[in-house]
Design a protein around this ligand. Structure first.
Ligand code: SF4
Length: 432
């Protein structure tokens, strides 16, 4: 453990000394991505942090309360899944210009909403999951049972949340979500200007969405995190600062600046602002994003950002080592991207994305899907990659080589096992 701590410290120090540190490591999201890349080293540090915080808790609170808190933490840690992503609906009420899932939606059976029988098959797994995200490739508020399902997940002790376009969030529904105990909600907004917003989010209504967000932020229970997503594209990037001001006015806690990273067929193609390598245009965008983050900080809004150039991670943010995706029709996959295979684009090149399924609810059992060959392949490969990554960090610590991002990237390419099918051409594995 001590070696890990020192290795991680050295990696961080080496990073801070480099003049031209890739943007990847500067902002909060990027910092989080790079910590992901540190894999179990970061997890080790997290345990150390928790150990210290528990000691602190003990000194200021009665011992019984501290023990309870420790037990709760241990129970949460013991759950098999960090995340169950449940696609409550593939259907959507909008037709956004960058949405990659339109052709899948057109072919969806059962109106593109998850059926109760699939949820019944998920329910036994809830006590083994820390978080349930009710979002997939559609609009969760089109799921008529959403509030009841949220109640079920909360009862099983899960953290719950959803990403929504916000148009269908009436005051009654907002109140019902709050009463159900929603822990986080994220609104896809993408522009602070009515015309631009409605050109991107085709079929939406800017005034209604802003009113719904305001209602939610004013009525939300303490502890509900409200976020706003902004997908960075050529047509909206100029309004990034105004977007920060809008988020602050609407009372959002956090802005997630996202890259337009998903493409299926022609949908979403050519809209991303990121590139294979650093260019003058990308540098300018990075500077604008940094400035927007500074403004957000001044206004008390947290930010998460995505990088503009790739840096391969040992495991993606989705991390199928402890998560699963359940499609609206009950098909189980390691992640959202692998649930919908098809023609895609990776860093400007045409590629074919595979569809990877581990099982199907309700006919198959959730737990057997988890231990299926395809489920294990993704889990084991990423576990092995993270293990090798740890070794690289430790070796760099005891050796003479200074672990710059460039050296690290070369070593990772040389020593880490190949990513599992699909992941090598998935932008998520490169930090986007
Ligand atoms: S790298 Fe992409 S395809 Fe692979 S598990 Fe992560 S999100 Fe899914």
């Amino acid at each position: 453990m001590w070696a890990f701590r020192r290795a991680s410290y050295k990696v961080r120090m080496a990073r801070t000394k480099i003049e031209d540190v890739p943007q990847l490591m500067k902002s909060p999201w990027e910092k989080c991505v790079s910590e992901r890349a540190v894999g179990n080293v970061a997890a080790g540090l997290e345990r150390v942090k928790r150990w210290f915080s528990l000691r602190k808790v003990r000194s200021v609170r009665p011992i019984t309360a501290a023990r309870e808190s420790q037990k709760t933490q241990q129970a949460a840690d013991a759950r098999t899944w960090r995340l169950l992503q449940v696609e409550s609906a593939l259907a959507c009420n909008l037709s956004c210009i960058m949405c990659p899932w339109k052709s899948y939606r057109a072919l969806a059976g059962r109106r593109g909403v998850m059926q109760q029988e699939v949820w019944e098959a998920i329910k036994p797994a809830l006590g083994h999951a820390r978080m349930v995200d009710f979002t997939g490739a559609g609009e969760p508020l089109l799921q008529p049972m959403l509030v009841q399902w949220m109640h079920d997940a909360k009862k099983a002790g899960c953290v719950v949340g959803l990403l929504t376009n916000g148009l269908l969030l009436t005051q009654d529904r907002a109140q019902a979500l709050i009463d159900a105990g929603v822990d986080w909600i994220c609104f896809s907004v993408d522009s602070p200007h009515k015309d631009e917003y409605e050109r991107i989010r085709v079929g939406s209504n800017f005034a209604v969405v802003c009113k719904n967000i305001s209602f939610f932020t004013s009525a939300k229970a303490l502890g509900t995190k409200v976020m706003m997503n902004y997908v960075m594209m050529e047509m909206n990037f100029h309004s990034i600062h105004d977007f920060v001001r809008l988020a602050s006015e609407l009372g959002a806690d956090q802005i997630n600046f996202r890259q337009c990273e998903h493409v299926r067929g022609e949908h979403g193609r050519g809209l991303g602002l990121f590139g294979k390598e650093m260019t003058a245009a990308i540098r300018k965008r990075e500077a604008a994003l940094d400035e927007a983050c500074r403004l957000a900080k001044e206004l008390g809004v947290e930010t998460q950002t995505a990088p503009f150039t790739p840096f391969e991670q040992c495991v993606c943010g989705q991390d199928p080592r402890d998560s699963l995706f359940v499609r609206y029709d009950g098909a189980i996959s390691p992640c959202n991207s692998l649930a919908y295979g098809g023609p895609s684009v990776f860093l400007g090149e045409d590629v074919q994305f595979p569809e990877v399924l581990c099982g199907r609810l309700p006919d198959e059992d959730f737990f057997s899907a988890w231990s299926s060959d395809s489920g294990r392949l993704y889990r084991d490969t990423f576990t092995e990659r993270c293990r090798e990554y740890e070794k690289i960090c430790v070796e760099a610590f005891v050796g003479d080589e200074r672990l710059t991002p460039e050296v690290l990237s070369q070593m990772m390419r040389r020593r880490l096992p190949e990513p599992p099918p699909g992941c090598k051409v998935c932008h998520y594995l490169y930090g986007f």
